[in-house]
Design a protein around this ligand. Structure first.
Ligand code: DP6
Length: 327
């Protein structure tokens, strides 16, 4: 048993994952697609060691003994069972994006933890299997394992709900310009949100149309058709937030500046900029634009007093092992 460090990028979904057909296995209600966010990553070191008497977890240099540790231990249990490991592990993880910037970190974190944990055990698992294991830690983490543009399949069986790449980072030169409007921790995390998705009457309709939207979105990406892309990406984000807002109890992730930026983005597009918005389970607005328009979009966002920070990410790679040492 040894030590390994892996890096995985965060990702932004264009067709969203919201709600599970099986919460324990994180088998999603619908398939989803995303782009890895180059430069916004988690780097995680796993050390399996005979002398340890328990798992432990450090995040950004601070020891986590609460809910974070519980989730990491549950994921280490998955790896222990699959790889027949009897030892405990020391896990250390760092995000390079500003902590608490409201950028979902669980996708990058569980992709990196999965890939580092397997490598540190000397295991050679297929990319497909790594995506299914990462999914058990956080659904969207399955999409941070393969490179570039990624589809995650919905299925009834663990092995069948995997993610795979349908485009490299060079497939389309688009950029995520993220307008950070709040750095507060979200009041209701994604895991609890997924579990309440079915309490919205709108979830059935959202799920029923997801495959068709996914087909349109994928085609728009592969054809570099920005108008078609913007139309389906904004619609899919609006549908997910409609489900959130109509769940019981309702989940409102938007803040006033969120709506203001969504409005501006639609206006800028009407004026000729190739930009559209999509939002995850939080108030920050991901403005997806073609590379040539990224500078002006980020300039306009920075000019707004409501915007605390702007992060820019091009399409990124899949998860990678950086170092392995097995004595
Ligand atoms: C709104 O993958 O964070 O970002 O499986 O409970 O960890 P858990 O949920 P998570 O959900 C992501 C939801 C989303 C949409 C998406 O990324 O597809």
């Amino acid at each position: 048993m040894g030590t390994a460090t892996a890096r995985a990028n965060a990702n932004i979904a264009f067709i969203k994952y919201w709600g599970n057909r099986d919460d324990r296995l994180r088998l999603p209600a619908n398939p989803s697609i995303s782009m890895n966010l180059g430069g916004l990553f988690a780097e995680t070191t796993v050390r399996w060691e005979e002398n340890l008497t328990a798992d432990s977890f450090g995040l950004n240099g601070k020891e986590d003994t609460g809910a974070g540790l519980t989730r990491v231990v549950a994921h280490l249990d998955v790896l222990r069972r699959r790889l027949d490991i009897a030892q405990f592990a020391r896990v250390e993880s760092r995000n390079n994006f500003p902590t608490g910037a409201g950028i979902a970190s669980s996708a990058a974190a569980f992709a990196a933890l999965t890939v580092a944990g397997a490598a540190a055990a000397g295991a050679q698992l297929s990319e497909r299997e790594l995506t299914t294991i990462a999914r058990l830690g956080s659904g969207s983490a399955s999409r941070s394992v393969p490179t570039g543009f990624v589809e995650w399949y919905a299925a009834d069986a663990h092995e069948e709900s995997y993610a795979e790449s349908f485009g490299t980072p060079n497939t389309w030169d688009i950029v995520d310009v993220i307008a950070v409007v709040s750095k507060a921790h979200k009041p209701v995390g994604s895991s609890a949100g997924h579990q309440s998705a079915n309490t919205s009457d709108l979830q059935t309709a959202r799920v029923a149309g997801a495959e068709e939207r996914l087909r349109q979105c994928k085609q728009a990406i592969l054809n570099h058709d920005f108008a078609a892309f913007a139309d389906v990406v904004e619609h899919d984000s609006n549908l997910m937030h409609a489900v959130m807002m109509t769940s019981r109890p309702p989940l409102f992730y938007w803040l006033p500046p969120t709506l203001m930026i969504m409005d501006s983005v639609r206006q800028w597009r009407a004026d000729g900029l190739r930009v559209c918005y999509t939002l995850d389970a939080g108030p920050n607005v991901h403005c997806i634009c073609v590379r040539e328009d990224a500078a002006v979009v980020s300039e306009r966002l920075r000019a707004s007093s409501e915007v605390l920070d702007v992060l820019i990410a091009p399409p990124g790679d899949g998860a990678q092992v950086l170092t392995v040492s097995i004595p």
